[in-house]
Structure formats: C-alpha cells, structure tokens
Design a protein around this ligand. Sequence first.
Ligand SMILES: Nc1ncnc2c1ncn2[C@@H]1O[C@H](COP(=O)(O)OP(=O)(O)O)[C@@H](O)[C@H]1O
Ligand SMILES: [Mg+2]
Length: 257
Amino acid sequence: MPIEIKNLRYTYPNSTFSLEIPRETFPTGLVCLVGQNGSGKSTLLKLLADLLPADGAVAVNGQKLADYLADRRLSKIAYAFQDPNDQLFNSTVAEELAWSMKQARLPAAEIAARTDKILEEFGLSAFREQNPYDLSLSSKKLLTIASALVLDPEICLLDEPLMSLDYPGRQLVTRLIRRRVARGKSVVMITHDMDWLARECRQVWAMSRGRLLYQGPVAGLFADQDLMEQLGLLPARAWQLSQLLGLKTEILSPDEL
Ligand SMILES: Nc1ncnc2c1ncn2[C@@H]1O[C@H](COP(=O)(O)OP(=O)(O)O)[C@@H](O)[C@H]1O
Ligand SMILES: [Mg+2]
C-alpha cells in the first residue's frame, strides 16, 4: 500500500526548523529513515501518521488519512512514538493493548484473545495488570510496538523501535518486522543503527535539515563519502572493515563474513 507525499511542508510554531518534501512515494516493504538528531525524521513520521497539521498532502492508497474513518484508519496505519512516555496513557498494560482494538470495534472475546497472544509474544504477560508507567524503559518500548502491531495494520511507522532494547528484545522486534514485510506489509522505521540497517534493510531514506538527501539502496549511501559526511553518518562496521581490507566486493552484512 503506497504512501505518497505531495508538497509536504511543515514548520513548528515558534521554531526555525522547516521540513519540505516536494513529491515522493514510499515503496512497500521496509524503508529505514536515517539522519542526525534534529534532521526531521520524527517530524516526517508524525506527518505520515497525520499527527501534525501540515500544508500539502500525505495519501495512503490514493486517499488522505484524515478522510479515513477512525475505526478503519487504525488498521491502515499505526505509529509507535520515539519516547514511549508520549504514547502510553491507559492505566494497565492490557488496557493499553486493548485501546486500538476497542476503537476498531472488535468483539470483546477477540480483544481478550489478541491481548493474551500479543502479551505472550512480547514477553509482557507478567505485567498485564500493571500501570505502563511502572515498567522498565525497554518493556515500555516493547509495549508501544505491541500496541502499534495489535491491529495488524497495513503500514507501521516505528520511531527508533530498537532504542533501549536488550539483545533478545531487538531480536524479537527484528523478527516481527521481517515477518510483516514477508507478508506484504509496509514498515517505515527510524534507526541510528547502521549495522542493523546493513543487515536488514534494502531501502534507505536519509535526511538532513528537514530535507531528503538520499533514497535508494544502503550500499549506494555508504559508498558516497561526501554525502555520508554531510549527513553525519558512519557506515556499518562490516562495510568499514571491507574498505580497510581493500575487498573488491564490499561486505554489507556481518553474516557474510
Ligand atoms: N514540538 C516541537 N516544537 C518545536 N520544535 C520542535 C518540536 N519537535 C521537534 N522540533 C524541532 O524540529 C527539528 C527536528 O526534530 P525531529 O523531527 O524530532 O528530529 P529527529 O527525529 O531527526 O531527531 C529539531 O530542530 C527540533 O528541535
Ligand atoms: Mg526523532
């Protein structure tokens, strides 16, 4: 399901930062957004989710998100915030997961069944009746991702989903992203982890100062040293190693070593 952008412009009130993207279409599958802090990645993701009032348009499948009814919209596009404290607002973990399912008017029995299943999948069953604010940062982060996935949306927007997760948590989220993409769904995610990007992602969009400077394969981005410098990014370690060793074919994934 394509997301199309036309003349998207946004400036925060009382801020000099402006985001401008004339015309772009997100391919389906996984797209990673990269760039320095403050380059506008989170702002773009919020604009895609229609969480900020922008000029211009974002259309999903040819229709503006604002025109989707609330109950259908949540199964089209879901969003997980960079900071879980901005997202969590229910008094228990189970209610947090149930919220979007209630908005989508799923029957109570199905809400209960899906809640059990996703709690189990994310290793959060023990926290079911706890207040989300009492969880550790990594469990909060997992809960926001679980809440975004619970309606199995066509498009999932994940703002730094790997941030503050331990290794098993990262493996879990990586597996879920892979599985969604294999089922033809779209994921747009922000990450600073160039090793993860090299291993998992084929399509990368790079931002600087509110502008898109690159869209294409990861290898093309890493190979452009001037652009990498301008973006303030360091290539994946496997890539750096292959450069140091003078290998003709650059190694992108550490799995290839
Ligand atoms: N609510 C806000 N009000 C004013 N300025 C903001 C707000 N949120 C972000 N900004 C500014 O917008 C710019 C881009 O921020 P953001 O999209 O969060 O970048 P990134 O996610 O790439 O780190 C930054 O300069 C930031 O200070
Ligand atoms: Mg951000």
